[in-house]
Design a protein around this ligand. Structure first.
Ligand code: 3HC
Length: 688
């Protein structure tokens, strides 16, 4: 049942009923069109349309986007509603998004429940509204507000919608409120399509374009939405609709929309493995070890999720630092209006900070976020084992270290799991859940349940140096350093990657996170590094010069007065010097070549990660790269992007590079298989 109708006296009630979120598929469109004809035939006074369940309607069914459009088309259905002699009132019970908002805007009136939302998020799926949204919205809220809503994709809450004139009323029972609207008043409301178009203000249009170019660089849909709105408002309403529709149909099959849809559905498919035998379990009391930036962020995320937290530190000084770190996050959240004073006070009542491990005795989960040293970790785990019950789960937030070795420090290693958060831990969406050789299903189930509680995206990873994300990152940086040493500058490398769609390049990003962690990792890897692998020493030279990144005033760039980045000729000279010592001839790489090398390096490493079974699927790698490492979402993640290049091309480009360095550019067997068999990387499986 997609749309139900019922009549009570002279009022028609239409309910969109397509669980879980009333996406507008073909059956819903057909049902709505039939309802228009039914209401007219019955000569009803009004129709009240609402959604069954929690949503009004979440928009066009994105699963239909890969197929050819099937009649009736949504614009025709909405024109029928807008032009009907029976006035329709939208009783917006939950989210009215995309096509859902367009249905509501085609109605004569909109009454929203207090918790409902209305908006046009199409650009977040790489398309623009395709059923009159670009034309009805500015007629209802004016040009500037419409430009803002359309390009940002951000929905409005009920009160905000009321204030801008998009909703006529806010009522906790919108259906009843729609029934109560005076018939005469309803009869006087002008159909949306007949409202005058707002004046096309050149400044508002160019400001919107500038905003999009800065905030959404590289994305085509937001700019197209402005073009279409502008072109449509310059002609009569019914001439504007075909312009909008043509752009919508073109965008929905284009690369960016496919990439964004892939990420939309991948995010929702990130769930515990189907064969996990233990039920989800969220502990109500968690011990966090270490109150540094990461530990404090994790503690705050736990408090925010309503859990009790014992934050363990080594001494009084550490405890004071931990308290200050948590307070800083609480205050920042208060200032941003994310939490209220009473929530902040409540958080503090559920937080204990101590240097006494016995305080963690009641906790059923511990998350260790201590200093990144195997010795320190093993000591912490031994202390946790002694203080906590036999069945408590012990998690490590290590970003590189061997989870199996950490697990071996306690009697029952099945209790140990890796929970790799990304800084800031209370904000970043990704959680890598690392399965050690002995990790039990119960320990994994806690990780997945916690991710769901935090509304984070869980990705299962196996044990290796850096797991999924940091292993790819290490290769990315290595490739960048090679390009730098052999001819480019850090700023040229950064610019090439920003042009690709990253918010910042690898060098600026390292300056922000600090060069010391990567340096410590390189020293840890010294003993096991393949002696045939080329080692680029420039980062080590920077450390020797005290250039640790932005926090020390200089890293790859200089930051005079703690301000913005400035190119540093000394750093450029270091590369010239080092390549001279190494007897290499430098090459002036064009940006495309820089991009090609860095992307191929990541793709090749990711393919090995998949082949080794460290990642479960290419889709998981896409989620890790987008949500943990800012790979441009509109490119669909690393492996989705790789498929747009094609495995055969990738293999032949890697083979070319292998002529320069056959160790660094050794082609992944998984890519070779995909190239040979002509199969997409998205479908590739581990060789084992
Ligand atoms: N099409 C198809 N499926 C959709 C969908 C859509 N528009 N919106 C949500 N779903 C599916 C999800 O994939 C998920 O499926 P699953 O259970 O199989 O994993 C299920 O509905 C529930 O979704 P969520 O897990 O996201 O549930 P939440 O409660 O967390 O969020 C929501 C609900 C806010 C509606 C969120 O799903 C959302 O933002 N949806 C997309 C809204 C959107 O972008 N609409 C515009 C579509 S384009 C359009 O309308 C074009 C038009 O102008 C012609």
């Amino acid at each position: 049942m997609s749309v139900t109708t019922r009549r009570e006296e002279n009022v028609g009630y239409v309910e969109i009923d397509n669980p879980p979120v009333n996406a507008i598929g073909q059956a819903v469109r057909r049902g709505l069109l039939d309802a228009v004809r039914w209401a007219e035939k019955e000569m009803l006074d009004r129709v009240i349309v609402t959604g069954a369940g929690r949503a009004f309607a979440a928009g066009a069914d994105a699963k239909e986007f890969d197929k050819a459009p099937v009649e009736p088309h949504l614009p025709d259905v909405l024109n029928a509603i807008d032009e009907s002699f029976v006035p329709w009132v939208a009783a917006i019970n939950g989210v009215a998004l995309g096509g859902g908002a367009e249905i509501a805007m085609a109605c004569r009136m909109r009454i929203m429940a207090p918790g409902a939302q209305i908006g046009l998020p199409e650009v977040t799926l790489g398309v623009i509204p395709g059923a009159g949204g670009t034309q009805r919205l500015p007629r209802l809220v004016g040009l500037e507000k419409a430009l803002d809503m359309l390009t940002s994709g951000k929905p409005l809450g009920a009160q905000a919608a009321f204030e801008v004139g998009l909703a006529h009323d806010v009522d906790k029972d919108p259906v009843e409120a729609a029934f109560m609207v005076n018939t005469e008043e309803l009869g006087c409301v002008v159909p949306t399509w007949e409202l005058p178009a707002p004046v096309l203000d050149d400044t508002a249009l160019s400001d919107a374009r500038d905003r999009v170019k800065t905030k959404m660089a590289g994305q085509s849909a937001p700019l197209r939405a402005i073009d279409v709105m502008q072109a449509g408002l310059a002609v009569p309403f019914h001439d504007a609709l075909p312009i909008e529709r043509a752009a919508f149909l073109e965008l929905k099959t284009a690369d960016q929309s496919q990439a964004l849809r892939h990420i939309f559905f991948a995010k929702r498919a990130a769930k515990p493995p189907a064969d996990l035998s233990a039920p989800p379990f969220v502990p109500d009391h968690v011990a966090v070890v270490g109150g540094g930036t990461m530990g404090a962020g994790i503690a705050y995320a736990l408090l925010n999720a309503g859990l009790t937290v014992t934050l363990l530190e080594t001494d009084q000084e550490g405890m004071a630092r931990a308290a200050a770190n948590v307070d800083k996050i609480i205050n920042a959240s208060l200032n941003r209006g994310l939490i209220t004073d009473s929530t902040a006070a409540d958080h503090k009542t559920r937080l204990t900070i101590s240097d006494d491990y016995t305080q963690a005795g009641q906790a059923t989960l511990a998350i260790e976020a201590a200093f990144e040293s195997m010795e320190v970790k093993r000591e912490v785990f031994t202390k946790l084992e002694a203080a906590m019950t036999m069945d408590a789960i012990l998690a490590t937030n290590t970003s590189y270290l061997d989870v199996n070795e950490i697990a071996a420090s306690i009697a029952d290693p099945s209790r140990v799991v890796g929970l790799h958060f990304f800084a800031p831990a209370h904000i970043m969406k990704l959680l890598e859940i690392v399965r050690g050789d002995q990790t039990s299903d119960a320990a994994l189930a806690v990780g997945f349940a916690l991710a769901a509680k935090f509304r984070k995206i869980p990705v299962l990873a196996g044990v290796c140096d850096g797991f999924i994300g940091n292993r790819i990152l290490a290769r990315y940086r290595e490739a960048a350093d090679t390009v730098f040493m052999d001819g480019s500058t850090p700023w040229e490398v950064d610019e090439a990657m920003v042009e690709f769609g990253y918010a910042m390049g690898p060098y600026e990003a390292q300056d922000l996170s600090g060069l010391d962690i990567a340096h410590a990792n390189r020293r840890r890897q010294d003993a096991t590094r393949d002696p045939n692998r080329r080692y680029i020493p420039i980062a080590d030279r920077l450390i020797e010069l005290g250039k640790l990144g932005k926090k020390s005033g200089a890293g790859w760039y200089r930051y005079p007065g703690g301000g913005g980045k400035v190119e540093d000729p000394i750093v450029a000279d270091l590369a010239i010097e080092e390549s001279h010592f190494a007897g290499r001839t430098r090459t002036d790489y064009p940006p495309e070549e820089i991009r090609k090398r860095l992307l191929l390096a990541m793709i090749n490493e990711a393919a090995d990660i998949l082949d080794d079974g460290i990642a479960q699927s290419a889709r998981d790698i896409d989620l890790v790269t987008v949500f943990g490492y800012s790979f441009p979402r509109w490119r669909g993640g690393l492996m989705h992007h790789a498929d747009t290049i094609g495995a055969a091309t990738i293999v032949s480009q890697l083979n070319e590079l292998a002529k320069e360095d056959h160790v660094a550019w050794k082609v992944s067997p998984l890519l070779e298989r995909c190239a040979k068999e002509g199969t997409p990387i998205a479908e590739a499986k581990p060789s084992a």
